[in-house]
Design a protein around this ligand. Structure first.
Ligand SMILES: [Zn+2]
Length: 400
Protein backbone atom coordinates (compact mmCIF):
# COMPACT_ATOMS: atom_id res chain seq x y z
CA UNK A 1 0.00 0.00 0.00
CA UNK A 2 1.20 3.50 -0.81
CA UNK A 3 2.03 5.14 2.50
CA UNK A 4 2.14 8.72 1.21
CA UNK A 5 -0.84 10.81 2.26
CA UNK A 6 -1.83 13.82 0.20
CA UNK A 7 -3.28 15.67 3.15
CA UNK A 8 -0.44 16.86 5.39
CA UNK A 9 -2.73 18.64 7.75
CA UNK A 10 -4.80 15.95 9.47
CA UNK A 11 -6.59 17.41 12.45
CA UNK A 12 -7.54 15.70 15.66
CA UNK A 13 -10.78 15.77 17.59
CA UNK A 14 -10.72 14.38 21.12
CA UNK A 15 -13.73 12.76 22.68
CA UNK A 16 -14.28 12.49 26.43
CA UNK A 17 -17.09 10.65 28.16
CA UNK A 18 -17.98 12.56 31.32
CA UNK A 19 -20.69 10.07 32.39
CA UNK A 20 -24.31 9.35 31.49
CA UNK A 21 -27.23 11.62 32.39
CA UNK A 22 -27.84 9.71 35.61
CA UNK A 23 -24.16 9.19 36.54
CA UNK A 24 -21.88 11.25 38.71
CA UNK A 25 -19.69 13.27 36.36
CA UNK A 26 -15.92 12.81 36.18
CA UNK A 27 -13.97 15.53 37.94
CA UNK A 28 -12.75 18.65 36.18
CA UNK A 29 -9.26 18.01 37.58
CA UNK A 30 -9.12 14.64 35.82
CA UNK A 31 -10.21 16.19 32.52
CA UNK A 32 -7.72 19.06 32.80
CA UNK A 33 -4.86 16.75 33.75
CA UNK A 34 -5.50 14.51 30.76
CA UNK A 35 -5.93 17.39 28.31
CA UNK A 36 -2.76 19.05 29.58
CA UNK A 37 -0.81 15.87 28.98
CA UNK A 38 -2.16 15.41 25.45
CA UNK A 39 -2.74 18.81 23.83
CA UNK A 40 0.90 19.66 23.16
CA UNK A 41 1.39 16.36 21.33
CA UNK A 42 -1.52 16.34 18.90
CA UNK A 43 -3.00 18.87 16.43
CA UNK A 44 -6.25 19.13 18.39
CA UNK A 45 -8.93 21.44 16.96
CA UNK A 46 -11.97 20.28 18.89
CA UNK A 47 -12.76 18.60 22.17
CA UNK A 48 -16.08 16.84 22.55
CA UNK A 49 -17.37 16.01 26.01
CA UNK A 50 -20.63 14.70 27.41
CA UNK A 51 -23.13 14.05 28.71
CA UNK A 52 -23.19 13.93 32.53
CA UNK A 53 -25.21 16.76 34.09
CA UNK A 54 -22.54 18.95 35.64
CA UNK A 55 -22.50 22.56 34.47
CA UNK A 56 -19.46 23.42 36.56
CA UNK A 57 -17.37 20.76 34.82
CA UNK A 58 -18.31 22.17 31.41
CA UNK A 59 -17.92 25.82 32.40
CA UNK A 60 -14.40 25.18 33.66
CA UNK A 61 -13.51 23.09 30.62
CA UNK A 62 -14.91 25.81 28.33
CA UNK A 63 -12.69 28.39 29.99
CA UNK A 64 -9.64 26.12 29.76
CA UNK A 65 -10.16 25.33 26.07
CA UNK A 66 -10.98 28.91 25.08
CA UNK A 67 -7.50 29.91 26.30
CA UNK A 68 -5.98 27.25 24.06
CA UNK A 69 -8.11 28.31 21.09
CA UNK A 70 -9.74 24.89 20.82
CA UNK A 71 -13.41 24.45 19.96
CA UNK A 72 -15.55 22.92 22.66
CA UNK A 73 -18.46 20.68 21.69
CA UNK A 74 -21.10 19.03 23.81
CA UNK A 75 -21.58 15.32 23.12
CA UNK A 76 -25.34 14.93 23.11
CA UNK A 77 -27.17 11.62 22.53
CA UNK A 78 -30.40 12.50 20.76
CA UNK A 79 -32.80 9.57 20.35
CA UNK A 80 -31.43 7.37 23.12
CA UNK A 81 -30.38 8.10 26.72
CA UNK A 82 -32.59 11.23 26.70
CA UNK A 83 -35.42 8.93 27.81
CA UNK A 84 -33.74 8.91 31.22
CA UNK A 85 -34.69 12.57 31.71
CA UNK A 86 -37.99 12.97 29.87
CA UNK A 87 -40.96 10.79 29.20
CA UNK A 88 -40.43 10.03 25.51
CA UNK A 89 -42.64 7.87 23.32
CA UNK A 90 -41.23 4.44 22.52
CA UNK A 91 -40.68 2.66 19.23
CA UNK A 92 -43.20 0.07 18.07
CA UNK A 93 -42.02 -2.93 16.06
CA UNK A 94 -43.69 -4.41 12.98
CA UNK A 95 -45.67 -6.83 15.13
CA UNK A 96 -47.18 -3.89 17.01
CA UNK A 97 -45.14 -4.47 20.17
CA UNK A 98 -43.74 -1.45 21.97
CA UNK A 99 -39.98 -1.53 22.49
CA UNK A 100 -39.96 0.00 25.95
CA UNK A 101 -37.41 2.63 26.91
CA UNK A 102 -35.41 1.48 29.92
CA UNK A 103 -33.63 4.43 31.53
CA UNK A 104 -30.99 2.08 32.95
CA UNK A 105 -30.27 0.47 29.61
CA UNK A 106 -27.88 2.14 27.17
CA UNK A 107 -28.96 2.16 23.56
CA UNK A 108 -32.67 2.09 24.19
CA UNK A 109 -34.28 4.41 21.65
CA UNK A 110 -37.34 6.62 21.43
CA UNK A 111 -39.36 7.21 18.27
CA UNK A 112 -37.64 9.82 16.07
CA UNK A 113 -40.86 10.39 14.11
CA UNK A 114 -42.79 11.81 17.07
CA UNK A 115 -42.41 15.59 17.02
CA UNK A 116 -43.21 15.83 20.72
CA UNK A 117 -40.12 13.75 21.42
CA UNK A 118 -38.02 16.25 19.52
CA UNK A 119 -39.39 19.16 21.51
CA UNK A 120 -38.68 17.37 24.78
CA UNK A 121 -35.15 16.44 23.69
CA UNK A 122 -34.40 20.06 22.77
CA UNK A 123 -35.83 21.11 26.15
CA UNK A 124 -33.24 18.89 27.82
CA UNK A 125 -30.48 20.70 26.00
CA UNK A 126 -31.89 24.14 26.75
CA UNK A 127 -32.36 23.41 30.43
CA UNK A 128 -29.15 21.53 31.16
CA UNK A 129 -26.54 22.82 28.74
CA UNK A 130 -27.47 26.07 27.00
CA UNK A 131 -25.91 28.26 29.71
CA UNK A 132 -22.44 26.79 29.05
CA UNK A 133 -20.27 28.43 26.39
CA UNK A 134 -20.06 25.50 23.99
CA UNK A 135 -18.94 26.26 20.44
CA UNK A 136 -21.05 23.46 19.12
CA UNK A 137 -22.98 20.26 19.64
CA UNK A 138 -21.90 16.81 18.61
CA UNK A 139 -25.07 14.83 18.01
CA UNK A 140 -24.92 11.10 18.69
CA UNK A 141 -27.64 8.41 18.43
CA UNK A 142 -29.27 10.23 15.54
CA UNK A 143 -30.68 6.96 14.33
CA UNK A 144 -32.91 3.96 14.97
CA UNK A 145 -31.61 0.91 16.86
CA UNK A 146 -29.45 -1.49 14.85
CA UNK A 147 -29.52 -5.26 14.47
CA UNK A 148 -27.10 -5.28 17.41
CA UNK A 149 -29.79 -3.89 19.71
CA UNK A 150 -31.31 -6.23 22.31
CA UNK A 151 -34.46 -6.50 20.16
CA UNK A 152 -32.42 -7.22 17.04
CA UNK A 153 -34.50 -7.79 13.95
CA UNK A 154 -37.67 -6.34 15.48
CA UNK A 155 -36.05 -3.06 16.46
CA UNK A 156 -34.75 -2.54 12.92
CA UNK A 157 -38.27 -3.13 11.60
CA UNK A 158 -39.71 -0.23 13.52
CA UNK A 159 -41.37 2.17 13.96
CA UNK A 160 -45.06 1.42 13.66
CA UNK A 161 -46.42 3.80 16.28
CA UNK A 162 -49.42 5.97 15.33
CA UNK A 163 -47.18 8.93 14.39
CA UNK A 164 -45.08 6.82 12.03
CA UNK A 165 -48.09 5.03 10.52
CA UNK A 166 -49.45 8.44 9.64
CA UNK A 167 -46.19 9.35 7.90
CA UNK A 168 -46.20 6.08 5.91
CA UNK A 169 -49.75 6.66 4.83
CA UNK A 170 -48.96 10.18 3.66
CA UNK A 171 -46.11 8.74 1.60
CA UNK A 172 -48.35 6.00 0.18
CA UNK A 173 -46.21 3.25 1.61
CA UNK A 174 -47.90 -0.14 1.69
CA UNK A 175 -47.34 -1.41 5.21
CA UNK A 176 -49.15 -4.67 4.56
CA UNK A 177 -46.76 -5.54 1.79
CA UNK A 178 -43.84 -5.01 4.14
CA UNK A 179 -45.51 -7.03 6.89
CA UNK A 180 -46.12 -9.78 4.41
CA UNK A 181 -42.45 -9.88 3.47
CA UNK A 182 -41.36 -9.85 7.10
CA UNK A 183 -43.76 -12.61 8.09
CA UNK A 184 -41.75 -14.97 5.90
CA UNK A 185 -38.44 -14.12 7.49
CA UNK A 186 -38.70 -16.84 10.10
CA UNK A 187 -37.91 -19.36 7.40
CA UNK A 188 -36.24 -17.18 4.79
CA UNK A 189 -33.40 -14.69 4.99
CA UNK A 190 -33.78 -11.05 4.14
CA UNK A 191 -31.82 -11.57 1.01
CA UNK A 192 -29.33 -8.88 0.20
CA UNK A 193 -28.50 -9.34 -3.45
CA UNK A 194 -25.73 -6.86 -3.48
CA UNK A 195 -23.90 -4.28 -1.46
CA UNK A 196 -22.93 -1.55 -3.92
CA UNK A 197 -20.74 0.38 -1.50
CA UNK A 198 -21.39 3.80 0.04
CA UNK A 199 -24.34 2.48 2.03
CA UNK A 200 -26.37 1.34 -1.01
CA UNK A 201 -27.97 -2.11 -1.01
CA UNK A 202 -30.02 -4.10 -3.45
CA UNK A 203 -32.50 -6.46 -1.80
CA UNK A 204 -34.26 -9.35 -3.40
CA UNK A 205 -37.50 -7.75 -2.22
CA UNK A 206 -37.53 -4.07 -3.16
CA UNK A 207 -40.10 -3.19 -0.49
CA UNK A 208 -37.18 -3.24 1.93
CA UNK A 209 -35.36 -0.49 0.04
CA UNK A 210 -38.53 1.58 0.12
CA UNK A 211 -38.94 1.05 3.86
CA UNK A 212 -35.36 1.95 4.74
CA UNK A 213 -35.54 5.02 2.57
CA UNK A 214 -38.65 6.14 4.48
CA UNK A 215 -36.84 5.68 7.78
CA UNK A 216 -33.89 7.71 6.53
CA UNK A 217 -36.35 10.43 5.51
CA UNK A 218 -37.81 10.53 9.02
CA UNK A 219 -34.37 10.87 10.61
CA UNK A 220 -33.45 13.57 8.11
CA UNK A 221 -36.63 15.58 8.76
CA UNK A 222 -36.14 15.33 12.51
CA UNK A 223 -32.51 16.36 12.23
CA UNK A 224 -33.42 19.35 10.07
CA UNK A 225 -35.59 20.58 12.90
CA UNK A 226 -33.02 19.81 15.58
CA UNK A 227 -30.20 21.45 13.64
CA UNK A 228 -32.39 24.49 13.01
CA UNK A 229 -32.68 24.91 16.76
CA UNK A 230 -28.92 24.78 17.23
CA UNK A 231 -28.08 26.94 14.21
CA UNK A 232 -30.34 29.67 15.59
CA UNK A 233 -28.14 29.73 18.67
CA UNK A 234 -25.01 29.93 16.53
CA UNK A 235 -23.61 26.49 17.35
CA UNK A 236 -21.39 24.40 15.13
CA UNK A 237 -22.78 20.92 14.53
CA UNK A 238 -21.06 17.53 14.25
CA UNK A 239 -22.68 14.15 13.68
CA UNK A 240 -21.66 10.77 15.09
CA UNK A 241 -22.69 8.19 12.50
CA UNK A 242 -22.42 4.52 11.60
CA UNK A 243 -20.12 3.24 8.86
CA UNK A 244 -21.81 3.39 5.44
CA UNK A 245 -22.55 -0.36 5.18
CA UNK A 246 -24.47 -0.20 8.47
CA UNK A 247 -26.11 3.18 7.98
CA UNK A 248 -29.08 2.08 5.87
CA UNK A 249 -30.39 -0.22 8.60
CA UNK A 250 -30.44 2.54 11.23
CA UNK A 251 -32.03 5.22 9.06
CA UNK A 252 -28.89 7.21 8.25
CA UNK A 253 -28.49 8.53 4.73
CA UNK A 254 -24.95 9.80 5.24
CA UNK A 255 -24.77 11.85 2.06
CA UNK A 256 -27.88 13.82 2.93
CA UNK A 257 -27.03 14.08 6.61
CA UNK A 258 -23.66 15.56 5.70
CA UNK A 259 -25.53 18.55 4.22
CA UNK A 260 -26.84 19.48 7.65
CA UNK A 261 -23.67 19.54 9.75
CA UNK A 262 -20.16 20.97 9.79
CA UNK A 263 -18.39 17.68 10.17
CA UNK A 264 -19.26 14.02 10.29
CA UNK A 265 -17.58 11.26 12.24
CA UNK A 266 -18.19 7.71 11.06
CA UNK A 267 -17.39 5.27 13.84
CA UNK A 268 -14.77 3.14 12.12
CA UNK A 269 -14.01 1.08 15.22
CA UNK A 270 -12.31 -2.09 14.05
CA UNK A 271 -11.92 -3.83 17.39
CA UNK A 272 -14.91 -2.67 19.40
CA UNK A 273 -17.23 -5.45 20.53
CA UNK A 274 -20.07 -3.10 21.44
CA UNK A 275 -22.66 -1.00 19.59
CA UNK A 276 -21.20 0.89 16.58
CA UNK A 277 -18.13 -1.35 16.63
CA UNK A 278 -17.67 -2.73 13.10
CA UNK A 279 -17.20 -6.42 14.02
CA UNK A 280 -20.06 -6.27 16.53
CA UNK A 281 -22.53 -4.64 14.16
CA UNK A 282 -21.42 -6.71 11.15
CA UNK A 283 -21.98 -9.93 13.04
CA UNK A 284 -25.47 -8.85 14.09
CA UNK A 285 -26.30 -7.65 10.57
CA UNK A 286 -25.20 -10.89 8.99
CA UNK A 287 -26.97 -12.96 11.58
CA UNK A 288 -30.28 -11.17 11.17
CA UNK A 289 -30.28 -10.70 7.41
CA UNK A 290 -29.03 -14.13 6.55
CA UNK A 291 -30.73 -16.26 9.11
CA UNK A 292 -30.86 -19.46 7.17
CA UNK A 293 -29.24 -22.80 7.68
CA UNK A 294 -25.86 -22.42 6.11
CA UNK A 295 -24.67 -19.12 7.55
CA UNK A 296 -21.08 -20.13 7.86
CA UNK A 297 -20.55 -20.11 4.14
CA UNK A 298 -23.35 -17.80 3.12
CA UNK A 299 -22.45 -15.69 0.12
CA UNK A 300 -25.22 -13.17 -0.01
CA UNK A 301 -23.01 -10.23 0.81
CA UNK A 302 -21.70 -9.33 -2.57
CA UNK A 303 -19.40 -6.44 -3.34
CA UNK A 304 -19.39 -4.31 -6.50
CA UNK A 305 -16.14 -5.83 -7.67
CA UNK A 306 -17.81 -9.25 -7.60
CA UNK A 307 -15.73 -10.53 -4.75
CA UNK A 308 -17.96 -12.27 -2.31
CA UNK A 309 -17.77 -11.86 1.40
CA UNK A 310 -18.51 -14.65 3.78
CA UNK A 311 -19.89 -14.40 7.25
CA UNK A 312 -16.69 -15.47 8.96
CA UNK A 313 -14.69 -12.90 7.04
CA UNK A 314 -16.66 -9.87 8.25
CA UNK A 315 -17.03 -10.68 11.89
CA UNK A 316 -13.31 -11.14 12.42
CA UNK A 317 -11.52 -8.88 14.89
CA UNK A 318 -9.90 -6.61 13.94
CA UNK A 319 -12.42 -5.85 11.24
CA UNK A 320 -11.14 -6.16 7.68
CA UNK A 321 -8.93 -3.18 6.93
CA UNK A 322 -9.47 -3.03 3.17
CA UNK A 323 -13.22 -3.05 3.60
CA UNK A 324 -13.05 -0.30 6.25
CA UNK A 325 -10.77 1.80 4.04
CA UNK A 326 -13.12 1.48 1.08
CA UNK A 327 -16.05 2.53 3.24
CA UNK A 328 -14.21 5.60 4.45
CA UNK A 329 -13.09 6.50 0.94
CA UNK A 330 -16.66 6.31 -0.35
CA UNK A 331 -17.88 8.56 2.43
CA UNK A 332 -15.03 11.07 2.18
CA UNK A 333 -15.74 11.33 -1.54
CA UNK A 334 -19.49 11.81 -1.28
CA UNK A 335 -19.77 13.82 1.94
CA UNK A 336 -20.76 17.47 1.73
CA UNK A 337 -18.73 18.25 4.87
CA UNK A 338 -15.32 17.18 6.22
CA UNK A 339 -15.06 13.60 7.50
CA UNK A 340 -13.17 12.66 10.65
CA UNK A 341 -12.57 8.94 11.05
CA UNK A 342 -13.64 7.73 14.47
CA UNK A 343 -10.84 5.53 15.79
CA UNK A 344 -10.77 4.00 19.25
CA UNK A 345 -7.99 5.22 21.51
CA UNK A 346 -9.42 3.96 24.79
CA UNK A 347 -8.74 0.48 26.06
CA UNK A 348 -11.59 -1.33 27.77
CA UNK A 349 -11.07 -4.93 28.74
CA UNK A 350 -12.96 -7.39 26.51
CA UNK A 351 -14.80 -4.53 24.76
CA UNK A 352 -12.13 -2.48 23.04
CA UNK A 353 -8.72 -4.11 23.17
CA UNK A 354 -6.86 -1.20 21.61
CA UNK A 355 -3.09 -1.48 21.47
CA UNK A 356 -0.40 0.56 19.64
CA UNK A 357 0.03 -1.79 16.62
CA UNK A 358 -3.71 -1.58 15.92
CA UNK A 359 -3.62 2.21 16.09
CA UNK A 360 -0.63 2.38 13.78
CA UNK A 361 -2.16 0.10 11.16
CA UNK A 362 -5.54 1.82 11.30
CA UNK A 363 -4.40 5.45 11.25
CA UNK A 364 -1.85 4.79 8.51
CA UNK A 365 -4.51 3.24 6.29
CA UNK A 366 -7.35 5.66 7.07
CA UNK A 367 -5.18 8.72 6.37
CA UNK A 368 -5.15 7.82 2.68
CA UNK A 369 -8.90 7.99 2.22
CA UNK A 370 -9.42 11.74 1.81
CA UNK A 371 -10.53 12.41 5.37
CA UNK A 372 -9.90 15.68 7.15
CA UNK A 373 -8.64 14.04 10.31
CA UNK A 374 -9.27 11.69 13.19
CA UNK A 375 -11.69 11.70 16.07
CA UNK A 376 -9.85 9.82 18.79
CA UNK A 377 -12.72 8.10 20.50
CA UNK A 378 -14.66 7.50 22.51
CA UNK A 379 -13.08 8.29 25.79
CA UNK A 380 -9.71 9.95 26.13
CA UNK A 381 -9.85 9.38 29.89
CA UNK A 382 -9.59 5.63 29.29
CA UNK A 383 -6.73 5.94 26.80
CA UNK A 384 -3.51 4.36 28.06
CA UNK A 385 -0.38 6.47 27.69
CA UNK A 386 1.13 4.05 25.17
CA UNK A 387 -1.88 4.51 22.89
CA UNK A 388 -1.57 8.29 23.07
CA UNK A 389 2.16 8.09 22.36
CA UNK A 390 1.54 5.91 19.32
CA UNK A 391 -1.31 8.04 17.94
CA UNK A 392 0.81 11.19 18.34
CA UNK A 393 3.79 9.57 16.64
CA UNK A 394 1.77 8.34 13.65
CA UNK A 395 -0.18 11.54 13.13
CA UNK A 396 3.04 13.53 13.30
CA UNK A 397 4.55 11.18 10.73
CA UNK A 398 1.66 11.38 8.26
CA UNK A 399 1.54 15.17 8.50
CA UNK A 400 5.28 15.55 7.90
ZN1 LIG B 1 -42.88 5.95 15.70
Amino acid sequence: MNTECKNKDHEVILQIFSGGFLDKAVSYEEVERKLNSVLSRLPVRKVIIGWALDKTLYEKTAEFLAKQNIDFYLWFPVFSETGALKDLSALTDFLGQRIEICPEEDFSFCCPGDSQNIEKILDIFDKEFSSVRFNGVFLDRIRYPSFGNAHGFNSVFSCFCPHCLEIYERKNFDINQLKNTLSHTACRPLVIKEYCGNGKYVFEDSILEAFFSLKAGIILDSLRRICGHFREKGYGIGFDVFAPFLSLFVGQDLGRLSDLCDFIKPMMYRVTKAPAGLPFEAESLLKETGRVSDMGSSKFFKMTDSSTMSFAYLKKIPFNLDFAVRELQDLAYSSACPVYAGVEINRIKDIAEVHPPYLEETIMAYCQTGIKGFALSWNLLDAPEENIVKAAEIIERINR
